[in-house]
Design a protein around this ligand. Sequence first.
Ligand code: 9MR
Length: 381
Amino acid sequence: MAGRVTTSALLAALALSAAALPASAAAKQKRCPASGVGCSLKQVAAQSGIFVGAALSNKISATEKSDIAANFNAVTSENAFKWSEMSKTAATTDFAATDRMVAWARAKKLRLRAHTLLWHRLQNAPWLKAELATAGDPATRLRQLIAERVTKVVGRYRGKVEIWDVINEPLAIFGAGYDSEETPLTPKNIFYTTLGEGYIASAFRSARKADPKARLFLNELLWDARVGDPKSDALLALVARLKKARVPIDGVGIQAHAMLGTSSPWFPSTTASLKRYIDALGRLGVKVEITELDVRLPLLADQPDPLAAQAAVFRRVASACAQARACTGLTVWGQRDSDSWLDSYSLTSATAPNSPLLLDREGKRKLAYQAVAAGLLERRR
Ligand code: 9MR
């Protein structure tokens, strides 16, 4: 239960040890068997109708980019669209990296998910706090800055970016509220503390106006996406409020970083519980995507076969997505194990290599790759 997760449980879970990685390879074929054997995830995506993607960082090599084009039919910008990356000062917006990414995704015929327009926790505009501190009316100034950013960025890529993560992680890390105070793990939510929950609706409305055809998502971090879990229920309630207020939200992203140990809440509890949760979101009238899936291998070091156990976690998530009609996509947070953010993140770098992805350091397919394929092929069309 997210409500019961504590910082010490998180840190204890993060302290587990790592394991090495074998790999498996597969050849191409047209119609995939239920096991997915011999198929790329790109072929699985075509057959299942579920988009399968990977996050693309600004830094990766041409080889790794070609991994994405060969294995996936969708891509998410890992960092390029974040406010901190695009606007080093209040007066400037740099489109060089995002232009390159949009052009590349289009050339490779990959669906692009642009992540993200507003995120208070990390990679927010570095100048925003000072700007609001000196504004006569901080709320009016913030409303104006949000409208300007959303209109400028979404408008520039009108018709070229299929999905926007308009809002990222609005809710508190643990529990059901908002980050109203600073804590050691997170700054306060400056958007919420300045404007209240209405900041979410304003951003969605500006985005819809800037590109009426793009699909607009709210992306959230859940430790255990399950009806009855306080944070998961808070997200359901938030989406219900937005829908009731006719806010133009098309979808909800469930990040799915499986970072915690099996002794603490695990993502997801079971395939059935995740499916039930996606169904509950679907009944509110939104589509759902698994947006940032990764599974830290060190957490499974005590298992007889850690790579098989890792594959089983991936399988549970993929199966739930396939079984829940509202689920339209599954994205992993990087391609090769060597690209993962977890190896440089302060709370997880001690257990590097975390090896949380579908391709090993050489780009070979891991057991987890096959597991995602088999899970997604459970979709009946
Ligand atoms: O993968 C991203 C990493 O490169 C950045 O340094 C980090 C900064 O916070 O953000 C990572 O991506 C995050 C994503 O944007 C939102 N959900 C959590 C992800 C991991 O922190």
